[in-house]
Design a protein around this ligand. Structure first.
Ligand code: P6P
Length: 339
């Protein structure tokens, strides 16, 4: 990349495709479609305070969570763009009870399916904190030429072809991973293009930030409480004590963790044995990204990517981020409880 030369997402994905003569360019084309949806959602998010789309929609999703107007708008935008893509056979979304098959001929002949959380962290919408779109891309297992099936959406994370997020923060960025690595693109509003700004992203092996909702501490296991004590105490072996940062938006907390290092946790607790975050469109895509950048994502007992999904909206506990911090947290949190 020449100094000062902008490389757009389109140019980058085409250059990546050229590295593999056998590549058809369909995955790159699908990533560009998702980027388009991100730009359309960004336009609405950026003006949320000025037009009547703030606040609750007055409906709830399958999770029983109140849907914000922007949630629904983001969901509809992604479905519209992907339905018109030439490379997507169907979708599954946090905001929809069941998966959606696109029945037209082009879609049924497409080889990929997409799962997404259209606007993660939506409780932050009204307070102008970072929110994001999270997506997973799988090669379908159902026969091409026929409508996609639920099995296409219940594949483990270790079958992912690509995953990424768009963060609507102080700037708007698209970060995505393939097996080739992780790259970040910042939206340049003057040309309406995502431009390469964070090539070959790596998650530091260590960090000084731990991130979780400490309001749940009373419900955590003794081992996890011991780990939190460890984080809060001045630990001379590691210099200054850790800092606690928690936005309450997985995309915001994970983007910081990916860049600065650290650990993000949404563990199991006495009232939520599987934690809160959804496997197929939060934990798997984020783990795929972090692991492609050299970090770790675990349920506490196994690699997140190895969990065999049984339900579209199932939840798993997650410990994710700098590999040395995740290892330490799991060793303490899952230490045999002394009697
Ligand atoms: P809590 C947002 O609602 C979300 O799904 C994630 O983005 C975030 O990490 C988590 O839930 C926050 O949950 O219980 O701390 O408010």
């Amino acid at each position: 990349m020449l100094k000062g030369q902008l490389i757009t997402l389109d140019e980058f994905t085409i250059q990546e495709t050229r590295k593999f003569p056998q590549a058809t360019g369909e995955l790159s084309s699908l990533l560009r479609d998702i980027a388009l949806a991100g730009k359309l959602i960004n336009k609405q998010v950026r003006k949320a305070g000025l037009s009547d789309i703030l606040g609750a929609q007055g409906t709830s999703n399958i999770q029983g969570e109140e849907q914000m107007k922007l949630d629904v708008l983001a969901d509809e935008t992604l479905i519209h763009v992907l339905k018109n893509s030439t490379d997507c056979a169907g979708i599954a979304s946090e905001e929809n009870d069941d998966h959606v098959c696109f029945e037209d001929t082009v879609s049924t002949n497409s080889k990929y399916v997409v799962l997404f959380d259209p606007l993660d962290g939506s409780s932050n919408i009204d307070v102008n904190a970072s929110i994001g779109t999270i997506f997973s891309i799988y090669r379908r297992v159902s026969p091409i030429g026929q409508p996609c099936t639920i099995e296409d959406f219940l594949q483990p994370g270790n079958k992912l072809m690509a995953a990424g997020y768009i963060i609507y923060g102080s700037s708007t960025m698209m970060v995505y991973a393939t097996k080739l690595g992780v790259n970040g693109f910042t939206l340049e509003p003057s040309i309406g293009e995502f431009c390469l700004s964070h090539p070959n992203m790596k998650c530091p092996e260590n960090g000084k930030i731990y991130s979780l909702n400490q309001g749940n501490t009373v419900k955590y296991s003794a081992g996890l409480k011991a780990y939190l004590e460890y984080c809060m105490e001045s630990n001379k072996a590691e210099g200054r004590p850790y800092s606690h940062r928690y936005i309450g938006s997985m995309v915001g907390d994970l983007h910081r963790t990916l860049i600065k290092g650290g650990i993000f946790m949404y563990p199991a607790d006495s009232s939520s044995p599987n934690g809160k975050l959804r496997l197929q469109y939060e934990c798997n895509p984020m783990t795929f990204i972090v692991q492609a950048a050299g970090g770790t994502g675990s349920t506490g007992t196994m690699d997140v990517l190895d969990v065999q999904p049984t339900e579209l909206h199932q939840r798993v506990p997650i410990y994710i981020g700098s590999k040395n911090m995740v290892a330490k947290a799991i060793a303490m949190a899952h230490a045999p409880e002394t009697v």
